[in-house]
Design a protein around this ligand. Structure first.
Ligand SMILES: Nc1ncnc2c1ncn2[C@@H]1O[C@H](COP(=O)(O)OP(=O)(O)OP(=O)(O)O)[C@@H](O)[C@H]1O
Length: 219
């Protein structure tokens, strides 16, 4: 589902990431670990098409995202990728439910229909937020905001789920529960799951662990 080949990406004259090879199959659950600043978030941005490689290739389901124009890349991302951002990136003035449905506001080709609304509410309920769907992010705890961000990444039933420290702000029970939900939703849609984490106790639950120190090099 995810294929990366001979990727190189640099922030101007600054940090440069190289990834010779990375594959994540449909249904596979892969953890990414590595030191702070080693480029894990940069990799997720490249896999999602938020950034485009300087050289090399990233493809999702056989579509090379670097070959697409901005509009098509955004459309592919909206349709195929669920992204749990490290800082959540929730919209302050929208309720929890409206935040979960946000991909439908911006995703060309995604239809905000009754099924999507039902899915959003079901996800929030499963996350223990059924009574807080109308609250704004500022009226939620850090852990609750994180669960809204996870629900938003899952609502479109994406084929690729990228999570940047999705369990970072949760207590141990909620960490396990959040991962259960990510895994359950991923299994339902046979999604490829790439999860950056510093929670080493969660690693045995993944099919595979990529240590960023082995995967990438600083050019
Ligand atoms: N927009 C940017 N412009 C310039 N440099 C950047 C930018 N974003 C990140 N960097 C640099 O790129 C490097 C990799 O950052 P990245 O966020 O990918 O690391 P990370 O492994 O995800 O770190 P952490 O575990 O702390 O989240 C860092 O040295 C960072 O300072």
């Amino acid at each position: 589902m995810i294929a990366v080949r001979d990727l190189r990406f640099a922030y101007g004259q600054g940090f440069a990431l190289t990834v010779p090879w990375l594959d994540v199959a449909a249904g596979e659950r892969v953890a990414v670990v590595g030191p702070s600043g080693s480029g894990k978030t940069t990799l997720l941005n490249l896999v999602s098409g938020i950034s485009v490689p300087d050289t090399g290739m990233v493809s999702l389901g056989g579509t090379e995202i670097g070959a697409l124009g901005d509009r098509d890349r955004r459309a592919l991302r909206a349709a195929s990728v669920g992204f749990v951002f490290q800082e959540f990136a929730l919209v302050d003035y929208l309720s929890a439910e409206e935040n979960v449905l946000y991909p439908y506001r911006i995703g060309r080709g995604l239809r905000l229909d009754r099924a999507a609304r039902t899915r959003a509410r079901a996800l929030l309920s499963e996350f223990g937020l059924g009574a807080k769907t109308r609250r704004r992010p500022a009226q939620l705890s850090q852990g609750e905001r994180q669960r809204v961000a996870i629900a938003r990444a899952l609502v479109t039933q994406p084929k690729v789920i990228l999570a940047d420290e999705a369990t970072g702000n949760l207590d141990p029970a909620n960490k396990a529960a959040a991962l259960d939900l990510l895994f359950a939703q991923g299994a339902e849609t046979d999604a490829a799951l790439l999860c950056v984490t510093h929670d080493h106790e969660l690693l045995p639950r993944f099919d595979r662990v990529i240590d960023f120190a082995d995967l990438a090099g600083v050019a």
